[in-house]
Design a protein around this ligand. Structure first.
Ligand code: GLN
Length: 446
């Protein structure tokens, strides 16, 4: 009730939710009360959450912020929705996002842009902009999010939150609408590493319904939080501190490094020489996979169907033309181009080779370090409308976050201060399945 009241008070100025599910939340809260009374409560029983609208929720609209799916009611729950339900978390609603998670500012949503609660004229970041705006404004204690190239970390950085993208394969993608399947990973945004650890614990684990899910025991993230970090070896990738990083953000990160030093961590400079190639590589691989994944939205099997179509070809063309926004259409065209006969070797295959080199950079770095630390974003949140007419400028926002997705390693963002009242984030990256160590370091810092 407390959060539902905050939603009715603040949501009109934020636009962070596509759907509010008050009745469902209250029924789940009653069930949680009963579980508590019966002595069956777990750590998350009765703790409300908001689900990003990319996760299928049975009986509730799952739109992916697209006109294409505006009327789609999912017949089943995503695995993580099932798991968090089972943990006793009432779902307050479905968060706004960039359309099909394509964007860095939440301005591509068919339901309109989301405002940053720290300054309503600025973007909250994207694509998980609704998730972070809602949590930062106290409309829910935590929210789920997804990260294909930075969509958990960059929005968390821009709103003073902690957000974690686990190792590829750690959290099930079943029921999470696919953007770029080899990069997509689900995670959580919260007010602290401790909150994030408790929720991630409940989300993680093998799922036979997702063929890329990894069958390996989940570490105890919560138990690891209180370990001292004396002797932790942290690498600073020199390419992440070069031109392009706002000096004021760099200064906040340098202050955080001093805090880590007082906690006993040691720092060394490392090099990720192929980092400048990560944005161009991503913008071949991600659109290629998107063009394939989004072919299912044809106006017949799923989604919006044009009312003016008379022939089969017109159904396809008009339904997709009307149902998808400009950014989604751009990605489908880029993807189709790089996969087409005659260009496949020059673009797609080449990108796959560079992806391997980026992976090798991390492998080398983790031979001498436990974690890597750098910026999450180039600067604080920008004003709404700044980059909407310049897709390449928008794509360059992801310069520090994309490499972790291409390599598949876990990465998180946490706040390291403010510049002129706006939050600055820093990023921690870890070796495969080293979420516990990252969350531990973040918790000790916080
Ligand atoms: N901003 C990136 C993109 O537009 C990443 C989005 C994401 O992680 N879902 O593709």
């Amino acid at each position: 009730q407390f959060y539902l009241e905050r939603i009715s008070r603040y949501e009109p100025s934020l636009n962070s939710l596509i759907t509010t599910t008050a009745e469902r939340a209250l029924a789940q809260a009653d069930a949680a009360d009963a579980a508590i009374a019966a002595g069956n409560a777990g750590p998350l029983t009765g703790v409300p959450l908001i689900q990003k609208d990319i996760f299928c929720t049975r009986g509730v609209r799952t739109s992916c912020a697209s006109k294409m799916l505006d009327r789609f009611i999912s017949p089943y729950d995503a695995t993580i929705v099932e798991k968090l339900d089972a943990a006793g978390m009432p779902m307050l609603g479905k968060a706004n996002m960039d359309e099909f998670a394509m964007g860095s500012s939440n301005e591509t949503s068919w339901y309109g842009a989301v405002k940053n609660p720290w300054d309503l004229e600025r973007v909250p970041g994207g694509s998980s902009g609704g998730s972070v705006a809602a949590v930062a404004a106290g409309l829910a204690p935590v929210a789920t999010a997804t990260d294909t190239g930075g969509s958990i970390r960059q929005p968390a950085a821009l709103t003073n939150l902690t957000g974690i993208k686990p190792t590829y394969g750690r959290v099930s993608r079943y029921g999470m609408i696919a953007f770029a399947s080899s990069l997509d990973q689900a995670g959580v945004v919260a007010r602290s590493a401790e909150d994030a650890a408790v929720v991630l614990q409940a989300m993680s684990g093998f799922d036979p319904r997702d063929s890329t899910s990894v069958d390996r025991p989940v570490d105890d993230y919560v138990a690891a939080l209180d370990r001292p970090i004396k002797g932790l070896r942290i690498g600073l990738p020199k390419e992440y501190f070069a031109d392009g990083l706002a000096p004021s953000s760099r200064q906040r990160i340098e202050q955080a490094i001093e805090v880590f030093k007082t906690l006993g961590a040691t720092f060394t400079e490392v090099s990720l020489p192929n980092s400048p190639l990560s944005v161009p590589t991503y913008y071949v691989v991600a659109p290629a996979e998107a063009s394939s994944n989004l072919s299912r939205f044809d106006g017949v099997r799923y989604g919006h169907r044009s009312e003016s179509a008379r022939t089969l070809e017109e159904i396809y063309k008009r339904s997709r033309g009307e149902g998808f926004g400009a950014e989604v259409q751009r990605r489908i065209m880029i993807g189709t181009y790089v996969l087409s006969h005659g260009y496949y070797d020059a673009y797609y295959l080449q990108a796959q080779k560079v992806r391997r080199l980026i992976f090798d950079d991390f492998k080398r770095a983790f031979e001498s370090c436990d974690l890597l630390l750098g910026p999450t974003a180039t600067d604080v949140a920008f004003k709404l409308g700044t980059n909407v007419d310049d897709p390449v400028a928008m794509y360059l926002n992801d310069i520090y976050t994309i490499a972790a997705n291409l390599a598949g390693i876990p990465a998180m963002s946490l706040s390291c201060g403010f510049v002129d009242g706006l939050p600055v984030g820093m990023q921690l990256m870890g070796n495969f399945f080293d979420e516990a160590r990252m969350l531990n370091a973040a918790h000790q810092y916080q």
